[in-house]
Design a protein around this ligand. Structure first.
Ligand code: XIL
Length: 319
């Protein structure tokens, strides 16, 4: 029987999963599912600044390399996630009393070093992650506080400088449908593009947590970003219910939603869909903050034992 990956390959669609290197080393079922069912992989955490930067002047690429090499060994394309974010910064960052010039030099070096290292091996980078707040205003972060909005343009330019070929993405959550936040991101990217900032695409995370974005509205959103000249990818999909609100046939309803989203996305010309993990047992929803209390924890295509779920078959049949 064909795997999901076989079908995705045939259709020219990229079907991806976020990967954790430790689980890859430990768990043969995870290893096998990751390599045979997906044709795109992205390190779930290993390329973030925290894991990569044990100290201000050093890098630790071991985990990131492990995921990238695993992907290469299995002919998967790799998404890089992520260069500039307000979360998962190194612990030492807290105590660092930097000047804006120092912070800017640090970020430039970080982007040059990390993007440069994976030149020709990573196909797309989430250069900036979650820079817009939920109400559409610019999120206040260490980056915006010290460097102003201009850090956005700089980050994309530094990435482009070191790798002329890689696709550069702006990535965010809660902006999957046409809404206040995606309107703001649209305006932001339009402004940056008008200034020739090198942005190739926008990543819609699509964490469907309780409130599931409407597939028709996702399609409309995809199209308007494409009309700006941008590629659109679904970068972190998972589908959960508010605790206590799941229907009696949760896996079937979840499967329908996966199918409707993939359908809408492909129809609109978005041909990369990444799920945020491999099996439910690896989902970040199980361990992140109080998410386990707020949402049901079986959001992915495979269950805890890496058996395909109804959602798996729904996606496969839709491709
Ligand atoms: C999450 C990881 O899945 C967790 O393992 C980690 O503890 C926190 O970050 N948006 C993003 C991802 O862009 O990087 C986040 O990943 C999930 C939300």
């Amino acid at each position: 029987e064909q795997t999901l990956r076989d079908v995705a390959d045939e259709r020219g669609v990229s079907l991806g999963a976020a990967i954790d290197p430790d689980t890859l080393r430990r768990n043969p079922s995870y290893w096998k599912t990751a390599s045979s069912e997906f044709n795109l992989l992205t390190p779930e955490n290993a390329l973030k600044m925290g894991p990569l930067r044990p100290s201000r002047h050093t890098y630790d690429f071991r985990d990131a390399d492990a995921v990238v090499e695993f992907g290469e060994n299995h002919d998967a394309t790799i998404r890089g996630h992520t260069l500039v974010w307000h979360n998962q910064k190194p612990d030492w960052f807290q105590a660092w009393e930097y000047t804006p010039e120092q912070l800017r030099a640090f970020l430039r070096d970080h982007i040059h070093t990390v993007v440069g290292r994976y030149h020709g091996r990573i196909d797309a980078w989430d250069v900036v992650n979650e820079a817009v707040a939920d109400d559409g205003s610019m999120r206040r972060t260490v980056w915006s506080d010290a460097l102003g909005e201009e850090y956005l343009a700089d980050a994309f330019r530094w990435a482009r400088e070191i790798d002329p070929d890689v696709d550069l993405y702006y990535n965010d959550y809660g902006a999957d449908e046409v809404n206040e936040k995606s309107d703001a991101i649209y305006d932001l990217l339009e402004r940056l593009l008008a200034r020739d900032v090198p942005i190739d695409g926008v990543g819609l995370q699509l964490h469907a947590l309780g409130d599931w974005p409407d597939p028709d509205s996702i399609a409309e959103n995809v199209r308007r970003f494409q009309d700006l000249g941008l590629e659109v990818e679904i970068t972190e999909m998972d589908v959960a219910y508010h605790r206590g609100e799941a229907p009696s046939n949760p896996l079937e309803v979840q499967a329908e939603y996966y199918r409707d989203v993939v359908d809408a996305c492909l129809e609109a010309g978005c041909e990369t869909i990444v799920t945020w993990g491999v099996g439910d047992g690896n989902s970040w929803l199980r361990g992140f903050k109080d998410f386990g209390e707020r949402y049901t924890g079986d959001p992915l295509l495979f269950d805890d034992r890496y058996e395909p779920k109804p959602a798996y078959h729904a996606v496969k049949d839709t491709l």
